[in-house]
Structure formats: C-alpha cells, structure tokens
Design a protein around this ligand. Sequence first.
Ligand code: FES
Ligand SMILES: [Fe+2]
Length: 384
Amino acid sequence: MYINFWYVAARSGEITFGAERPVKVQILGHHFALWRDRSGKVCCISDTCSHRGGALADGRIRGDCVECPYHGWTFDAEGQCVRLPSLGRDAKIPDRTHVDAYPVQERYGLVHVFLGDLPEAERPPVIDIPEYSDPAWRFITLEMTWNIDYKRSVENTMDPGHNEFTHPTHGFLGVKPDYHVRDFDLTDQVWGTGFFIRMDAPTLAQRDMNAAAGRSGDKWIENGVGNFGPHCTWTYIHPSDQAQMHGFAFHTPVDEVTDHIYVLFGRNFLGDPKYDQTFEQRALYVAEQDRYVLEPLRPKLTPPQNNREFFVPADKCIARYRDYCQQWEQRGWRIDVARLRADRDTVAYAIPSPARRQKKGWVLPAVPLLQPAAAGTAARSGKA
Ligand code: FES
Ligand SMILES: [Fe+2]
C-alpha cells in the first residue's frame, strides 16, 4: 500500500450536508471521518482523536466541525482543535492537539482523498477521463469488495493471458488449436504502463449487444489496458470502430488484503438508460469470474521478488507494473505493512497529511514507511 495517491473514499451522494454524524471509511488500514460543510465542500480528517484516541467519525457534526464522542474536543476541516471543553471557555488550545486533514476533490461522482504529505504541485493527478463528460458516452458506476491484495486485481486487468480461461464469455477455454497470446508492446507513461492487443472473442450472448457492436459471429476485439498509479486501471474494449466501452477501476485498499473497488463503466452505444442494467449485469458477471480466481491466489500479497513466480512473455505488463511500484517504493511512499500489522493493537498511526511538512508536533506518529535504502530488492524485475 502506498501513500501520496488519490483514493476514492465514497460516492459523492454518500456525503450529504446536514447529516448528524460523519461518514467513517477505512483506507490504507486507517480510519477517516468525512463530512460535507455548509459551503458544499467535502472534508476529510483522520478518525483518531488526539486526546485519548476517540473515533471522531462516531461523533457529531457541529456546524462545519466534528465533535469527538468521548470528551467533546471539536475539530475543523483543517484538523485544528477549535474547542476543548474540559479546559473551560476561554482557555488557549494547545498547539499539538491538531489531527491530520486531507485534500479532497470530487470527480466523476466520486470523492477522492489525497492520502499523503506531498505539496499540491508534486501530487500525482486523478486519472483524466474526458469521455465521462462527453454526451456521446454513458457511464454506470459499480462497487464491489474483494478479499485480495488490490495489486492482484490491477495485475489481473493487465494480464492478456487470463481472458481465454477465466472468462468463457471472452475466450474459448483454450480449445482452438492455434490459441496463443499475440505479442504486444508496452507504452510507458508517467504514472503507469499499458498496451493494446487483439483478442479472439466469441459471439455476444445478447442480440441487442451484438447488433450494436457490429458483431456477427466470432471475431477479434481490440483491447487496451493499463494502470494509473498503483491502484487505478483503464480498460478499453472496442468491439468495432464505432462501438466502444471504456472501464476505469479505482481500487481503494481498505487494508492490505481487502480491496474495495469502484468501477466507472462507459459505452458510446446503446446509450439509452434502459440498457444500464444489461451492462451492469454483464460487468458484474465478468468481475465475479475474476474474483473467483483472485481470492484464492497465494501468497495473499504480491511476492516481493518476481522469481517467486514464473513469468512468461504474456506477463510482461505485470512485470512493468511492479517496476513502477518499485519506483514509488524508492520514493519512500510504501507503507511498511509488516510493522503496521505487528503494531496494530499497540500504536495508533496516522497517514501523514501535507501539513506535516510545515508543522512540528503531532500526537500520532506517521505510519511506518519502507525506507528507500532498504526498500525492496534489486532482483524485482523478472524475466518476461
Ligand atoms: S478522546 Fe476525543 S475528546 Fe477525549
Ligand atoms: Fe478478467
């Protein structure tokens, strides 16, 4: 798990102004309190109260602030303690009482929170999806929770060898004697890699879909896939030049073995909302086929060295994705999950927020990160 990326915390509609209590979410193994203030802005602070560890999200919203349910300390959207009732009315509030507050932006109907301490100019962006606001496109939003290391699912998206066997809807279960994965070239960008490839695919089950996609019988489909950061993927499915589907998965690591996935699934054909259910059912059906193979994978976390698995050329995008993750680890962004696990019942950590670069004196220690010098091993890249 990595700090310094934007993670989806909720759908916009789940954070409503006028709610009695904040919404509590868990990301990167930590809890957060989210609420919408009077100006309509979504606020996000660390859930752990700096007094004696109360859960702020279980408290009440007071104006634009949140009041701890334990002794009433009240925090604003910047994480400043603005009321400390036991000291009395006019007491000066000690400086060190502040908690971490995180940047928030709403895009594509989702609330994205920046969990890290990078200043604004250095932050990776949220993936750009220009077709989301294009009237020729229609998007649906799906959500699911899987018992996996989220990186396993990112790797699965970029795995052209699995479709034939994991998805009988997309392939032929290997019965065609000439089946093989065509060679493909990777295109590297700043925040991820990806590739385009042609895949043989069977006739679609629904007649409407077949007709709209310009399909008659089995044929190849143009597919494009890639990652954006450690936790987001894009998938282009182009059954014909005219009919296109674009999917974007935002993986929210609840913890290292629990993946909450938000999927935006768009199409530029059959745009009538009456087809939403058809697309939703099909997407969930296919996702379920992936979940079936991913949850039993061992080890649960992607192994630290590629030679603990045996890579073939079809796995080369996965190897490249792991190289990107290695770079983010070398920047000091990777959480030391082993230490986090070992300390779970004894230390309350916080994901460091941008204010930690300016202010000294925080009650909660920042989450342990793998130190770049000791991070990973040089043998990370496998043969592919
Ligand atoms: S623990 Fe939050 S006010 Fe005491
Ligand atoms: Fe799949």
